[in-house]
Design a protein around this ligand. Sequence first.
Ligand SMILES: *[C@@H]1O[C@H](CO)[C@@H](O)[C@H](O)[C@H]1NC(C)=O
Ligand SMILES: *[C@@H]1O[C@H](CO)[C@@H](O)[C@H](O)[C@H]1NC(C)=O
Ligand SMILES: *[C@@H]1O[C@H](CO)[C@@H](O)[C@H](O)[C@H]1NC(C)=O
Ligand SMILES: [Ca+2]
Ligand SMILES: [Ca+2]
Length: 360
Amino acid sequence: MDAPSGWIIFACSIAFASASFFEVRYPSVVVSAETGGNLTIAAGPNGGNIYMTPGDRGTVFIGRTDMLKLFQIVNSQPPVWGQKAPYGTLGTFLGGQAVSLQLTAMDPEGTSLHYEKISGALPPGVFLDRASGLLNGTAPDVDATYEFGIRVMDEQGKYADQTFTIDTRERDQCRSSPCKNGGSCTDDMGTFSCSCRTGYGGKTCTISCASESVGVANNLKTIPDAQMAGHYSFGGSDHKAYEGRLNSPTGWIGENTNSWFQVDLGNPRKVYAVATQGYSATFNLLTFQLQCSLNGNTFSDVNGLNGTAAVFDGSGTSFNTVTKQTLPVPDLCRYIRFVPKTWTNSHPGFRVEIYACEDF
Ligand SMILES: *[C@@H]1O[C@H](CO)[C@@H](O)[C@H](O)[C@H]1NC(C)=O
Ligand SMILES: *[C@@H]1O[C@H](CO)[C@@H](O)[C@H](O)[C@H]1NC(C)=O
Ligand SMILES: *[C@@H]1O[C@H](CO)[C@@H](O)[C@H](O)[C@H]1NC(C)=O
Ligand SMILES: [Ca+2]
Ligand SMILES: [Ca+2]
């Protein structure tokens, strides 16, 4: 009788232990139905049992499915939330405050969990770490309630959903009195703005505008050469506008009272003061007027309190003396022109600086 090794021929191996029991012991036992047939294991009608009992390290497969594992999953429990109350608020946070909230859940089977937002919205700036369940970030500066659903899932794919809320409150950024020198504060979303008293500027009114150089001076040069212009210069081209910087070794020299020297600040600023230095006994400045423009095209006189063009003192013939003049009324200008009125000897010659604040 030839049979494939490892296989048994049924007829040869039946061992009758008793009238109601038989046993087959081989490394592999295969029982198969013919093609188109059925393999049927049926207990008798009078209460017989069917057992499938794998060894300690064995299991039971149907097809490729590990039936023991499947039953374990079927019988397993979903995770349980530590945070109980539905719609439970997780807290109230002030704008800018750090948020660090640990969501807690556990799986009765002890498998590891991961968290996922399934509905609603987290506060902008707060993020969920899916592996740890940590809600972390910074509260937005608004009055709002954020409601969101979180699903916690175990390794068996079982999950529990929970809805949470986080409340945020807009913080009053003016509470710390950030505006100095009598400036008034306006609170905003995440920020504030100051309205400074006359003479002060900057985000928090700490800048004294009459001392805030725009940077024409030779040692500063914040204003580039290209933003300086001279009209009707002495000697045609001998003296360039960029020589008109305070403390420059030379100076700008005009021709007569039709000449002007212009600085483009680059953007509109409130001009509070100007300073001049003379150039020499020959080229100097005794008095001048100022003109101001926002577009570089239309200029108006800088006036005195009496409403007519103010006349300012220059430094005369002194090379070193800086003569600073405050505008009677601070003027918003992008372009500012120095118009020489009087000088001694030959021609008006001078060097300048301008003091101004950004107009907030
Ligand atoms: C297999 O089982 C089915 C369902 O009980 C039955 O209809 C069919 O006749 C069986 N086939 C054979 C070959 O016994
Ligand atoms: C939480 O957020 C803060 C600021 O947004 C960040 O510095 C910190 O590293 C975060 N912590 C964790 C554990 O992600
Ligand atoms: C008006 O005031 C300015 C400076 O305040 C002065 O230079 C000018 O001479 C005054 N004009 C008249 C007409 O008083
Ligand atoms: Ca579970
Ligand atoms: Ca605010």
